[in-house]
Design a protein around this ligand. Structure first.
Ligand SMILES: NC(=O)c1ccc[n+]([C@@H]2O[C@H](COP(=O)([O-])OP(=O)(O)OC[C@H]3O[C@@H](n4cnc5c(N)ncnc54)[C@H](OP(=O)(O)O)[C@@H]3O)[C@@H](O)[C@H]2O)c1
Length: 231
């Protein structure tokens, strides 16, 4: 028989062991098993154009690279024209795909800003039916709700950039999904929306919207609306 201490030790080792196996399985599946059995999602079956918000750095840029590698043409949206041009050139050269660049700041809630994006998208043939809602901003550093300097502006920017962008971009792309009978929306969330994050209150709250949108849009549209959680 085990002593209590040995029992606790055994449980801890089992939990850590299972977590370790899960990580190894995920890495092996994503890099070897999935690609070998062609289990990776082939986005080209969903259309030619993918629209990516916040596409010039980090996760958005990684999506742009990955989808261009699959042969998709990419609409890159972010604030900085020289970064947009550099990413566009790199994608076109490396993957022989087309790109469209749109300079836009999602902290700007004005209809003019979204009309400007829509004008660039409506001319695309076939209309885009893949949307990666990636753009997002957080606090400059973790802080309690009422202690954040410049909180009025910062909170407005977070709400506009993280929530309004998803709402308006979905409004633009989802009608194309209905017309085409298929489509994909991917929303990039954060574990801040799942674990207690009292020093990122508004950011965490803004990311909860990403958990609500996909299942409800899936019910409404019948097409894939996915949630990607970034730790
Ligand atoms: N990185 C993490 O550890 C982490 C963790 C959890 C969740 N996430 C989420 O993952 C997403 C991407 O994060 P990331 O770390 O990859 O971001 P990042 O490296 O900071 O890249 C942000 C991208 O968005 C663009 N951008 C930023 N603000 C913008 C604005 N107001 N309007 C238009 N474009 C804007 C940037 O380009 P310009 O500056 O040229 O505009 C850049 O292309 C976000 O939604 C974030 O909340 C990230």
């Amino acid at each position: 028989m085990f002593t209590i201490l040995e029992g606790v030790g055994l449980v801890c080792i089992t939990v850590v062991g299972l977590q370790f196996c899960r990580i190894i399985y995920r890495i092996t599946y994503n890099s070897i098993i999935g690609p070998f059995f062609k289990k990776n999602v082939d986005f080209t079956q969903y259309g030619r154009w993918a629209v990516i918000t916040g596409a010039t750095d980090g996760i958005g840029r990684a999506y742009a690279e990955a989808l261009a590698k699959q042969g998709m043409d990419i609409v890159l949206i972010s604030r900085n024209m020289s970064k947009l041009e550099a990413v566009s050139e790199a994608l076109e050269k490396t993957h022989q795909v087309k790109t469209v660049i749109i300079e836009a700041d999602f902290t700007d809630p004005s209809p003019t800003m979204y009309n400007h994006i829509e004008k660039e998208l409506v001319v695309l043939k076939p209309p885009p039916i893949v949307l990666i809602n990636n753009v997002g901003m957080s606090y400059p550093y973790p802080e309690y709700f009422l202690d954040l300097p410049d909180r009025d502006q910062r909170f407005m920017d977070i709400i506009n950039c993280n929530i309004l962008s998803v709402t308006n971009m979905c409004k633009m792309i989802i009608p194309n999904m209905f017309d085409n009978g298929k489509g994909v929306v991917i929303n990039i969330s954060s574990t801040a929306a799942l674990i207690p994050s009292p020093m990122l209150t508004v950011y965490a709250a803004s990311k909860v919207c990403f958990h609500i949108f996909p299942p409800y849009l899936t019910i409404h549209t019948g097409y894939a609306c996915l949630l990607i959680l970034v730790r």
